[in-house]
Ligand binder design. Sequence first.
Ligand code: ADP
Length: 308
Amino acid sequence: MNQSSQGPGTVIVVGSLNVDLVVGLDRMPEQGETVLGESLERHAGGKGLNQAIAASRLGADVRLLGAVGDDESGAWLRELIRADNVDDEGVATVTGPSGTALIEVDARGLNRIIVVPGANGYVSADVVGSSIRTMHGVAVVMTNGEVPLAASRAALAAGRAIGALTILNPAPVLDYREHLVDVDIFVPNEHEAAALSGLPTETDTEARAAAQYFYSLGIANVVITRGAKGAIWASASGVVDVKTFEVSAIDTVAAGDAFCGGLAAALANGYEFADALKWASAAGALAVTIKGASPSLPMRNAVQNLLK
Ligand code: ADP
């Protein structure tokens, strides 16, 4: 694929915005029981928000298409992405709650999580498709599975129609078979790759075969991310290993989102694919060195330093 013909341009992310409410407590309540929590934290999350912020911090011009509720959380999420220079014009406000994750973590570190998609479930395929089709200067359209399948599918089709590179991060695991025809770059992690292909991805050989399998379905670039083991890239040039950067891992949350954001930002800035993968790997590695999701998404100069 010749990135230089693409030139610098905007990254469009179509995806979810969530509020994570994290309660720390000694032990989980039994059915019908009330216990006192010890701490309460609110964090911004959702793959759309994380990937958009990641790409923006790495120097891309980013627009997020999605939806928040007409609650206080929605206003807060909007403010937050704006503060990170992400264009929020395509984030609709819909009646009802914003996407919310209720997370309980006990003294042993075990958790229980309830995700309420809320506004994310109302992201409209028609609105996404028609707004992308009117946009100019779009280099990359990236989406994931935390919005309705019709919306992610419309995003990819519209991205393809306007000549942008299209990226699908197939998380969570859903039936994306109808999406694939419009995907240029498919980025599952090894667990998603295994679930979606029915193939094992544990060893290097297995992961390579899984990447080759997706490539054989007609996807030009398949990138399977494998945590500290790095990534595998399958394309017309063959199957190659993408090295990791050695870091001391503290918290792996959002590594995949940093990787996707890094890949999109680098491609939008005109990098060749192999170089864009270095940016993605560096962003993923840096994200595991800091606790949390958005706090861990690295800035451009941190990635540049790691790449030196
Ligand atoms: P996800 O968060 O979706 O499970 P991964 O854990 O596969 O994604 O991480 C995405 C990418 O981030 C990896 O391919 C790698 O480049 C980088 N990465 C993740 N964990 C580490 C780590 N411990 N050390 C170095 N790089 C890492």
